[in-house]
Write a protein that binds this ligand. Structure first.
Ligand code: SF4
Length: 232
């Protein structure tokens, strides 16, 4: 049964200070098999993934291969898949990458929102169809938009988003990864603290803002996968 608005408030209040594993456990108990976790296999993705499989080893992991990812990201995906025995559900844009480039060229330069819509948001929408819950690794300290998020949010009539890492910072995340004996993304050692598609990712210019290397020089901080449900 869907939680009422009052119950949502109570649940979110109860999650304050809870360990992310307990929040994932709640989601698995509440939503059964109708849930999935998403991962970009970015800098710190091993954290959420290791927590998720510790609760449900075969939890589906939605991974969007945009066609623009670093080869290191694909290698990192393969390594984590092997080490954590991940059940990866890989999705991609409806249009093949070569056709996309032929038709749109460097759309990521001229209209990055449209590029993200085609290559990230639309594939995610397809992957979420039929589910009741999406677990994501966003953190409140990453962007102003994320700072206003809650652990459990209604995003449709009977669709919910759960963000177990919301109150963790980079320090807790990295500590958890180290404690689990898992790797960071290979580019992390080279200064990439937030990693997405290759054309839109660089080493952050502002060390105090780990995401400042994303869409550098553009008025864009979100690709759209965490905001599209708000626009519905
Ligand atoms: S992050 Fe860049 S390359 Fe990737 S989908 Fe968005 S605009 Fe396109």
């Amino acid at each position: 049964m869907s939680p009422s608005e009052g119950e949502l408030e109570e649940i979110n209040a109860g999650f304050r200070g809870a360990h992310p594993r307990d929040i994932i456990r709640f989601a698995c108990e509440r939503f059964g098999d109708a849930l999935a976790v998403s991962s970009s296999f970015g800098a710190e993705s091993a954290c959420l993934l290791s927590l998720a499989v510790s609760v449900r080893p075969d939890i589906p992991v939605i991974f969007i291969d945009t066609g623009f990812l670093f080869p290191e990201t694909l290698a990192f995906r393969d390594e984590l898949k092997r080490r954590l025995k991940l059940n990866i559900l890989e999705v991609g844009p409806a249009m093949g990458h070569a056709e996309f480039l032929a038709r749109h060229g460097r759309l990521y330069e001229t209209d990055p929102d449209r590029c993200c819509e085609i290559n990230k948001v639309e594939p995610l929408k397809r992957a979420l169809k039929g589910l009741r819950c999406w677990i994501s690794g966003v953190r409140a300290d990453q962007t102003a938009y994320r700072g206003a998020m809650r652990y459990l949010e209604r995003k449709g009539e009977d669709f919910f988003k759960v963000s177990p890492l919301l109150s963790w910072g980079a320090r807790e995340v990295v500590r958890h990864i180290r404690d689990e004996g898992l790797p960071m993304h290979p580019l992390w050692e080279r200064g990439y603290t937030s990693i997405g598609c290759e054309p839109c990712t660089s080493v952050p210019g502002d060390p105090s803002d780990p995401r400042s290397g994303r869409w550098k020089g553009k008025n864009k901080t979100e690709c759209g996968i965490h905001t599209f449900l708000d626009k519905k």
